[in-house]
Design a protein around this ligand. Structure first.
Ligand code: TRP
Length: 325
């Protein structure tokens, strides 16, 4: 089986953009790849956070991932800071990474603009740590959203640079995009993301999900209730395609194009479909959070399984570099 690696920041609760853009894909791919799924807390510290929340954020993210279907028997689910080889390999890659390449990373430029008072070196080095995450496990496949493609390209350059300088050790991994690499938010304007406030946190209570969906932007050309709408130009219909069955999709398409139903009806139906699909997730999440020791044990086991691979790679790396032994 080929190896797969992906990471997610413990940035609060899992939202619809994470789920549709990445996590649902990981759940499918774990059937056919030897998967490593990592909660990347060392990446998270490059942005400001409240230290008293960090443990809860990690715990909730682990529970969220499992509730979505990440199976810890199949996938190695672990926390980055529990496997110190990630930062060790990052240092070695720092001797390969080019300043010019890093300064062209769009995510770095965006974040630097957003936190101008704290452009720390970790923020600049972020893609190098990400390369270490991936290559420590010699992963060939990295399923991510579109915003991470540049970082995977960078990882390929790191692998090439290392192999050229010290001898072949690492594969050049490929990014694998989901069918919706770039999902629009409920505002119908920007990419769906937590920072834009245009997404839905999966664990939100039912009533609030309904309310948030009721405000979602629809086909901008459909102004009045009597106007027929165009589902192919409607972000709500895009979401229906994920959550609704064929029958309901037909009902929406016909109703919308003939003005038989209004946007309010359509969004109510979307809420029904979504809550229906998410009901297993919500129940499992509750169960897991009721037993945090169980989640902690799973993460500890994951770290052990990851460490076994990580230690082996680092032995090979030190050997390639000709370091003291
Ligand atoms: N940078 C990724 C994000 O913000 C998270 C991440 C860290 C990651 N290391 C990774 C993703 C390795 C894929 C592979 O979404």
């Amino acid at each position: 089986m080929k190896r797969l690696f992906s990471g997610i920041q413990p940035s609060g609760e899992l939202h619809l953009g994470n789920y549709l853009g990445a996590v649902s894909n990981w759940v499918k791919l774990q059937e056919s790849y030897h998967s490593f799924i990592c909660i990347v807390d060392y990446h998270a510290i490059t942005q400001s956070y409240d230290r008293k929340d960090m443990r809860t954020r990690v715990l909730h993210m682990a529970a969220d991932l499992m509730a979505c279907g990440i199976d810890p028997e199949r996938s190695v689910l672990f926390v980055q800071s529990r496997v110190p080889e990630h930062t060790e390999l990052c240092w070695i890659f720092n001797a390969v990474a080019q300043y010019g390449d890093l300064s062209r990373m769009t995510q770095f430029k965006d974040k630097a603009a957003r936190q101008a008072e704290n452009i720390n070196v970790g923020l600049f080095d972020y893609p190098v740590l990400q390369s270490a995450d991936i290559l420590l496990y010699k992963a060939q496949v990295v399923p991510v959203g579109e915003d991470q493609v540049q970082h995977v390209e960078f990882t390929r350059r790191i692998a090439r640079g290392f192999n050229r300088r010290w001898g072949k050790l690492f594969p050049e991994p490929d990014a694998l995009l989901s069918s919706t690499p770039r999902l629009l938010g409920l505002d119908g304007q920007a990419k769906m993301s937590k920072s834009m406030g245009n997404t839905i946190v999966l664990a939100t209570p039912e009533k609030q999900i309904r309310k948030q969906l009721s405000r979602a932007a629809t086909d901008p050309a459909r102004v009045k209730r009597e106007d027929p709408g165009d589902p192919d130009n409607c972000n709500v219909f895009t979401l229906h395609k994920f959550f609704s069955n064929e029958e309901r999709l037909g009902w929406v398409r016909d109703g919308c194009t003939s003005a038989g139903i209004g946007c309010v009806d359509c969004k109510r139906a979307l809420a029904d479909s979504m809550l229906d699909q998410l009901s297993d997730y919500r129940r499992r999440r509750e169960e897991l959070l009721a037993e945090p020791e169980k989640v902690e044990r799973i993460l500890a086991e994951g770290a052990e399984r990851a460490s076994a691979v990580a230690r082996q790679t680092m032995e090979q790396v030190r050997d390639k570099l000709g370091l003291w032994r």
